[in-house]
Design a protein around this ligand. Sequence first.
Ligand code: ZN
Ligand code: ZN
Length: 825
Amino acid sequence: MAYNFGKIEGKWQKEWEKKKVFMTKDNANGKKKFYCLDMFPYPSGEGLHMGHAFVFSLGDIFARFKRLQGFNVLYPIGYDSFGLPAENAAIKNKEHPKSYTDRAIKNFALQQKAMGWSYDWSRVLRTSDPEYYRWDQWIFLQMLKNGMAYRKKAPVNYCKKCDTVLANEQVVDGKCWRHEDTNVEIKHLEQWFFKITSYAEELLSGLEKIDWPENAKKLQRNWIGKSYGAEILFEVGERKEKWPIFTTRPDTIYGVTFMVVSAQHPKLMELVTQKQKKEVEAFLKKLKSTSEKELGGMEKEGVFTGSYATNPVTKEKVPIYSGNFVLSDYGSGMVMAVPGHDQRDYEFAKKYDLPIKVVIKPKDYEVDDKTITEAYTEEGITINSGKFNDLKNKEAAEKIIDHLIKNNAGKKTVQYKLRDWLISRQRYWGTPIPVVYCEKCGIVPILESDLPVKLPEKVGFGKGNPLLTAKLWLETKCPKCKGKARRETDTMDTFVNSSWYYLRYTDPKNTKKIFESKKADYWAPIDQYVGGPEHITAHLMYIRFYTKFLNKIGLISFDEPALKYFTQGIVHGADGEKMSKSRGNVVEPLVTVKKYGADTLRITLVSLASPDNSTSWDEKIVMGNFKLLNQIYEYFDNIKFGKKDARLDSHINKAVKEITFDVENFKHNLAAIKIRKLFQYISNKKIDKKSAEAFLLMLHPYCPFITEELWHNFGNKNFISLEKWPVADESKINIEFEKEEELINRVIEDITNVKKIIADKGKEPDKLYLYVIPNEKEVYVTNLSEIEKRTGLKTKVFSVSDKGKHDPEKKSSKAKPNRPSIFLE
Ligand SMILES: [Zn+2]
Ligand SMILES: [Zn+2]
């Protein structure tokens, strides 16, 4: 029978679902637990894309592998279903986010099942369900209780035509995404923050105990950005207010020629003098967005505020500029600029014609204020530094800090780049923040027993925050005094939803508690987490932060969410570019599934490249794999079992040993090659049932449908999905066999080449004479049929000492070990 993948895949999808094959039991029956998790998807209206197909296949391969290895595997799925696209769709197409999301999820689930991903569907969750976000709100209340949630002013992007706050993604070139003619303004609003900074040190040290790729750890460290330095008190402005200014270079204090305050600093306007007001306002209007990414890539620009700051060591007065490259909540939002020794400050000084002062001299050459062409950032000896001259700069730093401490003008300190997490969003499709504003009592949290605060369904989209249009919802009673109160209309950043979902999977239907600690402690932490490169920073930082917080309040006994983590590479279009509609290089996974089957797509995705590298789509590889699966199907479908011999046994055991290692280490491209080779070896032989089953088991994580079908064709009643992964018996691996095969393969290759040369001369030989050294003769004789089959030549083997028809001694290519003389007739 031909390989009817459509029928086979449909059949096993249904069968697995009907028999609840992948439903996990908390009761392990003595098995060790294994928690395998893919980062859950945002269910967009477009359905699965190739990136999804790839990353979730990686997770599924691992989950299936661990199941076969005898672990009690938890492999759940859910939907990160709050978010901007649904809200944008509501504004543009007038479809309610809930119906948009429901539709998208339905479509997603069908596609996920078509891919053969072995989720425990009984645990599925969606973050936009009140029964889920109720616990987001509950955690918020715990944060509040523990002093971890607070409000302060922070900048937002604002469109006056939409009358609402825009996400950074909704700002396009400084304009509103809906109003191309409207410049986005920056406003300062009171917003909610989580105090993630109080965990900075733990987030840093925790990296030491988890087995993550070095690159992921490095990005986490950079984001936390710990640096050692000093906090120096500068007197600022007319009122001589003392601002603590953080610097990693106190040794350059004599080189400070100006200060830069963040353009988004809430107190900026207090520093701006009447004379400079217009100029500063014009500058602020030009700022395009609050997005840090954009700030980082922008040209450094600034404007004089009119105010000055006094250097506490030199007593010099220097001008204060406002700049677009200083973050408002790094340190105090103001930095001391040392253009002689900081390249960014140097460029700024050049641009605005500010003085440059060299205070550290290189050891082997001279620079001074006039000849300097770029900042000198290396070590050296202090100059122009008053009583701190002629010191190694590190020594000077210590002495200057001592001096500051003695004069109450500063201290040694540690600074982190990590800033508190702004969780407020002025949008509808997210978790409502569970507090009210009471005229008498101020901010009052909702009672835990009154959770969830559900999103009102009837709201208006397109003008202002939709929640402000739900009048009945908005007006409520104060939980404390029962007087009139107004609900908070900010919703939470959707990263909140994904910061603890892995714990809810361990007890997804609990209506009394966020989860049973016993269950969370049994399953979590995640043993293998798999996800996209775009989540290495934010998501992984927040999920680690939540884990540490939930650990601190006694809910769980561990404080890192994932012991191992794997990031996949990106699948580009066939042209090597990012897949995008405008480039026309998008390949839809479901189109490939329809054409060749999910099994073909799955094995193709993992054979394109090493899974952590990026790769390009290649239709030829798809077709090659499709052909392979056809051959596999045909071979096993018609199989008549034989007996195993030592050679086959050696092959199988070697493959088991190596493929097990490859799967465990995400080297799927290598495993795929070995599976193909093993098939080539067995495909023209009769093999025993045990060996055939071992082959199918190793293929199973990659191609679950075809292997399930063939497994049952062998007469097996149980599911291959729940079988046992083969274990290698290393005593059966014989290296001599392998050397022999290598030898034969090489000789066959030589013969084929000779044949080609002769064919070019118009000759068509059908006989082959091989002259080999005497002690290799047996090898060739044993493999005679293999040689004949693959070369298509009637073959005779002679030892060079035999009296044959030919005289190999006369030939230029004499027979030597591994190199027989070849004669064709
Ligand atoms: Zn707008
Ligand atoms: Zn009240």
